[in-house]
Design a protein around this ligand. Structure first.
Ligand code: URA
Length: 435
């Protein structure tokens, strides 16, 4: 088999065989296929697509390019959740403790933020001492004992995806349905959970801009997951505005803690409850969404979810007193308000732009090697469709540098509009696929 022939085949729109896909993935992971050849192949995929069989073969070849975690030593059905990437999305920090407190083990491998999207691992590092690099045995042992562990992806989890994703990122080949589905599902399959709940974001801050595209991606991922025997659900959720009010690492952790205390923003609680419900349903802990919500809300009311979060922090070497006293988180030295410049309603607040504002302030990375400042970010005081009278606070920026703050404020203002009439406010949740 020759790489040249495979590129040529895809260039003419033909479907690859499973054998050809395995050859591609193995060769690329081993360094035998050059980046420039793989880049040409990926671009051909972007133009000509892959059918479902090719996508499944690509997913499995990537999953099998490294270790597939064996979680069978942990009793019961293990649940995991993955988001396609959002802004202000701290649901993992809320649903992990809720689901674990409800008795379903959560074995979660998470990523870091890149570009305008945040990452759970960066957020957890806001706790001094929090270890996000658990060795496999410790990860399994912690889930068995405390029902919850959140760690970074191990080096040998779907290494083909790591290499391919880095190449896609610099060759404008990220936004293809089959490449996104196989990238996400290869990691989820390799991470070993029995129940996979996918949060497929739709809107300005998401890869998928329309509900139709998000639905296609969701259906494809559910089909892949179910095809390899994992109970898989996909929740379609809105990302036209940031989720919740806090964007930036420690600001988001504080908002997640507030939500576990029953004082969080309504859209964030709702998204967390829906995702967590399907983790319980998939694991057989509840039969219906109503039943699951009742169980989950009880973990907030009785404080068991908050205690589970503190236990997670403690288990992974962090200072759990921060969970009970969020004033302990380090504060950014500079703050500035964005004030409503006229009377009206918050007409739009682009999620991707707000993510970039947080990144500019030092809360995210441009390159994988950039370091981040957990203190910086944005807090929204108005959400889409809310009345905004001239002079009222729309948002507050948290910064560590006056120059960055000035540029970020300008960008924040450009990301928002104030309209005379109330805009249509999209649903938080558009639907659920699977089950
Ligand atoms: N998240 C991933 O892990 N991979 C993609 O391709 C897109 C989003």
């Amino acid at each position: 088999m020759k790489m040249y022939d495979l590129i040529n085949k895809k260039k003419h729109g033909a479907a690859m065989t499973e054998e050809e896909i395995v050859y591609l993935v193995k060769g690329f992971t081993a360094g035998e296929i050059e980046d420039y050849q793989m880049a040409a192949f990926l671009m051909a995929v972007c133009f000509n697509g892959m059918n479902t069989e090719e996508t499944i073969a690509l997913t499995m070849a990537m999953a099998e390019s490294g270790d597939i975690l064996d979680l069978s030593a942990i009793p019961g059905k293990k649940a995991d959740k993955h988001s396609t990437g959002g802004v202000g999305d701290k649901t993992s920090l809320i649903l992990g403790p809720m689901v674990a407190a409800a008795g379903v083990p959560v074995a979660k491998m998470s990523g870091r933020g890149l570009g305008h999207t945040g990452g759970t691992i960066d957020k957890l590092e806001s706790f001094p001492g929090f270890n996000v690099n658990l060795p496999e045995e410790q990860f399994i042992e912690q889930v068995t004992r405390c029902g919850l562990a959140i760690t970074g992806q191990t080096a040998n989890l779907a290494p083909a995806d790591k290499k391919l994703y880095a190449l896609r990122d610099v060759t404008a080949t990220v936004d293809n349905m089959s490449l996104i589905a196989s990238s996400i599902m290869s990691k989820k399959i390799a991470a070993g959970a029995d129940v996979i709940v996918l949060d497929v974001k739709v809107g300005s801050g998401a890869f998928m801009q329309t509900i139709e595209d998000a639905k296609r991606l969701a259906e494809l991922m559910v089909q892949i997951g179910e095809g390899v025997g994992r109970k898989t659900y996909a929740v379609l959720s809105d990302m036209n505005q940031p989720l919740g009010c806090a964007i930036g690492n420690s600001l988001e952790v504080i908002e997640a803690i507030d939500t576990l205390k029953g004082k969080g923003p309504e859209d964030l609680l709702e998204a967390s409850l829906v995702l967590a419900s399907y983790m319980l349903i998939g694991a057989g802990r509840a039969e219906t969404e109503e039943q699951a919500r009742e169980i989950l809300l009880k973990t907030i009311e009785d404080g068991s979810a908050l205690d589970k979060f503190a236990e997670l922090v403690r288990e992974q070497g962090g200072d759990d007193s921060y969970v009970y006293n969020t004033d302990k988180f380090a504060q950014a030295p500079l703050t500035e308000e964005l004030i409503a410049w006229e009377d009206g309603y918050l007409g739009s607040i682009r999620a991707d732009e707000i993510g970039m504002v947080s990144q500019m302030l030092g809360g995210g990375r441009e390159k994988k090697t950039d370091s981040i400042d957990p203190r910086v970010g944005v807090k929204l005081f108005k959400k889409l469709g809310e009345p905004a009278a001239k002079g009222e606070t729309v948002a507050v920026l948290y910064a560590n540098d006056a120059g960055k703050l000035k540029a970020a404020k300008e960008r924040l203002q450009n990301a928002c509009t104030i309209t005379k009439t109330r805009p249509d406010v999209p649903n938080h949740i558009y639907g659920v696929i699977g089950g």
